[in-house]
Design a protein around this ligand. Structure first.
Ligand code: PEP
Ligand code: MG
Length: 414
């Protein structure tokens, strides 16, 4: 692993939502968190009730009051993550799944929720029914939730910034720059709308704490339109992270949850060689990524780019990420060593290919020089045999030829 780390240029981060996962990943060599899926923190017993209260709220004020209850938990979770990462970068992704994933489905649980909310069972069932979508993965999720319920993004921003400030106070030597990641954007204006909420909230928190903390707001690129409009999106994003799980599903137009039903037939018929959710489709999805990196960097040269889909731990996908100039891959903790190794192999393969190309060019140049020398010698012989008038003419020609030859040699040498 030390050999691998010596050669690789791609950083390796991890996808971790808990301090335990983060610690394990650090032991395995992760250099930061590339994706913390915050929704997992809402599912825990002590928070789900408050989150459901938020979903069942009738007014913004009620929603804010419910979120206020979750804020300390979320802040505490983030503090533990920052502690576990000891100053390494941590990217925190804001709420992504559709809200229906958080409501109960069992009759008894629905009744309990109704009682807790002081609402009738019918009202609660109506709310749950209202969350139903035909295509939830293409529905009311990701930053669309923040557009309709900005108070969720505000609460999460407060939790991130307060946690970062607290941990920085305890460890002034750590370089803590929170990376807030907004999921599922597909349009620069949409991203700006949410980013403005995040920035206003974060700046107010930082000022209130009398801190000078810096932070970054970036986005996941996981909808093909986001990749296509990356030059615009980069005006609003300080970093891109490719969510290739969604990007694959949306580019192929089949669901990551259902495609298993028919993909076997595709392998049998030799239409596909691999599961595109496991091994990155470099031709299609990869093309979108490459284009997004190039166009994003044209707008913002310092834009940093990573990947946090499942492909971030797959060796051939890691090699591709190296080739298109990503700064890091992020994968589950136990895939970190494989990613480190693959990143090193990609860097070495690239160096070898460069050397081979250089050697081939050098060989070609040497051959041309030898040919030119031979021609020159033949011309000199011919000039020696010629009459005086021709000799003079040839000598002038030779002089300028030699000068040109020396000039060319010099250029080749350089
Ligand atoms: C992704 O889409 O690649 C991603 C990392 O996000 P999630 O899997 O949570 O949708
Ligand atoms: Mg996603």
């Amino acid at each position: 692993m030390a050999w691998a780390d010596k050669y690789r240029t791609l950083k390796v981060r991890t996808n971790a939502d808990t301090p335990a996962d983060a610690k394990k990943a650090r032991e395995l060599g992760a250099e930061g968190i590339g994706l913390c899926r915050t929704e997992h923190m809402f599912f825990e017993e002590d928070r789900i009730a408050a989150f459901r209260e938020m979903i069942c709220s009738d007014t913004v004020e009620e929603r804010e009051a419910a979120l206020e209850k979750i804020l300390p938990y979320q802040q505490g979770d983030f503090e533990k993550l920052y502690e576990a990462l000891e100053g390494c970068p941590v990217t925190i992704r804001f709420l992504d799944p559709p809200l229906h994933e958080f409501v109960p489905t069992e009759e008894a649980d629905i009744e309990k929720l109704a009682e807790a909310q002081g609402k009738s069972v019918e009202t609660i069932k109506g709310i749950i029914q209202g969350l139903h979508e035909f295509n939830p993965m293409m529905g009311h999720r990701g930053l669309r939730l923040a557009v309709t319920y900005p108070e969720i993004a505000k609460m999460q921003t407060k939790a991130v910034i307060r946690a970062a400030i607290n941990v920085k106070k305890a460890h002034p030597e750590w370089d803590i720059v929170p990376e807030i990641m907004i999921p599922l954007s597909c349009d620069a204006k949409e991203l700006k709308y949410v980013k403005d909420i995040v920035v206003a909230t974060a700046d107010a928190e930082i000022e209130a704490a009398g801190s000078d903390m810096k932070y970054e707001v970036g986005t996941m690129i996981e909808i093909p339109r986001a990749a296509l409009t990356a030059a615009d999106i980069a005006k609003e994003a300080e970093f891109f992270c490719f969510g290739t799980n969604d990007l694959t599903q949306m580019t192929f137009g089949f669901s990551r949850d259902d495609a298993g039903k028919f993909l076997d037939a595709y392998y049998d018929a030799k239409i596909f060689e691999n599961d595109p959710f496991a091994k990155l489709d470099q031709t299609g999805v990869g093309q979108l990524m490459e284009m997004a990196v190039a166009n994003g960097k044209k707008t913002r040269p310092e834009l940093h780019c990573g990947i946090c889909g499942e492909h971030g731990g797959d060796p051939s996908s890691v090699e591709f990420c190296h080739k298109i100039g990503l700064d890091y891959v992020s994968c589950s903790p136990f895939r970190v060593p494989i990613a480190r190794l693959a990143a090193a192999q990609a860097a070495i393969a690239e160096k070898n290919a460069e050397k081979e190309a250089k050697d081939a060019t050098k060989e070609e140049i040497e051959k041309r020089i030898a040919d030119a020398k031979e021609t020159l010698a033949k011309l000199q012989d011919a000039a020696a045999d010629a009459g005086d008038d021709i000799k003079d003419f040839v000598a002038k020609g030779l002089k300028s030829l030699k000068a040109g030859f020396e000039e060319a040699k010099k250029t080749f040498g350089e």
